[in-house]
Ligand binder design. Sequence first.
Ligand SMILES: Cc1ncc(COP(=O)(O)O)c(C=O)c1O
Length: 413
Amino acid sequence: MNGLVEISKHIRLVRTMFNPEKRKRIPLSEPLLYGNEKEWVLRCLESNWVSSSGPFVEQFEDEIAQSVNAPHKKSVVTASGTAALHLALLTAGVKPGELVLVPTLTFIATVNAINYVGAEPLFFGSDSRLCMDLNSLEEFLQNECRKEGAHFVHKSSSRRISAVMPVHVLGFTVDVFRLRSLFTDSSVAILEDAAESMGSLVKSPITNDWVTSGTIGDLGCYSFNGNKIITSGGGGSIVGNNQEWLKRCKYLANQAKDDALFFEHHSVGYNYRMTSLEAALGIAQLKNLSTSIERRTRIHLQYRNHLKNADNVEVIEGLSTEQPNYWLTAVRIKNWNLDQLRSGIFKLQELGIEARPVWTLNHTQAPYRKCATFKPQSSEADYPKILCIPSSSNLTEEEVGFVADNVVRIAAH
Ligand SMILES: Cc1ncc(COP(=O)(O)O)c(C=O)c1O
């Protein structure tokens, strides 16, 4: 029986490889438009509220807050996830020369936002789900820092640590409850980069309730970039427990306008507003957030099933204390190095399969090479083995099977 399954898999693979008709491109993560988007964007056009003011922006903010059960029932939408992170750091009062603790394994946007405020990243390694390693963070705080009143100071550089930015990589969740306990009674701001994890849930160890990622720290930022679980074309949003900071985010995103009539400004502001057209698209997409999560979870489980007997390939899974949104499924190919990763990606590309590594580690990127690190080796060891595979919400089981079969075949060489 197993032999028959293997033969039919092989025939399917060979047929697809030699039949260009069938070799449709399988993108990594493309937007899925459910059909209601047209109506919402048209409504926006017909209302003439196409720019950054008006009811669509407010409605999107209210519906995001409702959807993630945001503290204070509040969210602030922005022009991008990167703008949201920048605003979060500004409002948390992160100053030039201070340190911000961040994983090295993240999209560079997280780190660039630290640079925008003149602060310096200090990089950490990652755990089995590619998220910031909290064990080494705890060790760092105990051995490498001293407490001066409410402040943590890095002993060797004498710099103050002003924020920590846990990144919920690929939709997995950093245990922000544990993180909060490491920083109790301190001045360190907890700013969640939840760009990839909208709708992911974490179990609260205090109440046992499921809580949405992004809503546990002082502020949390989502991205609605085109490749994310839902999109507004481009955009981001901020939620969080610190209501004053949320208000200030809104103010700074709108050029810090104190008097709308006379255009008086008491601070340096930014034009980081989302447009109504984007908000209208976002409203339509948000209505299908839970469907997108269900679909991506199903795709993830299908990959797990297809790959369960592959010796060399391990699907990266969540913990029992989380319900990831499974935005992107990734596999760990145990014996791979960087050259094998690169050539594996090219081979998949030839078959129309878009796969990619995670990100070049930020402590090795040109602008950040001189920044401090603490135990980045876990990420260094893992990075060449990680392959992100197609996970779009509209992927069919046949496509999942095709990708999985080819990953196994390529990983064996
Ligand atoms: C982890 C992470 N942080 C930040 C961002 C930045 O978001 P945006 O592209 O909306 O600026 C992204 C996505 O693009 C991301 O994946």
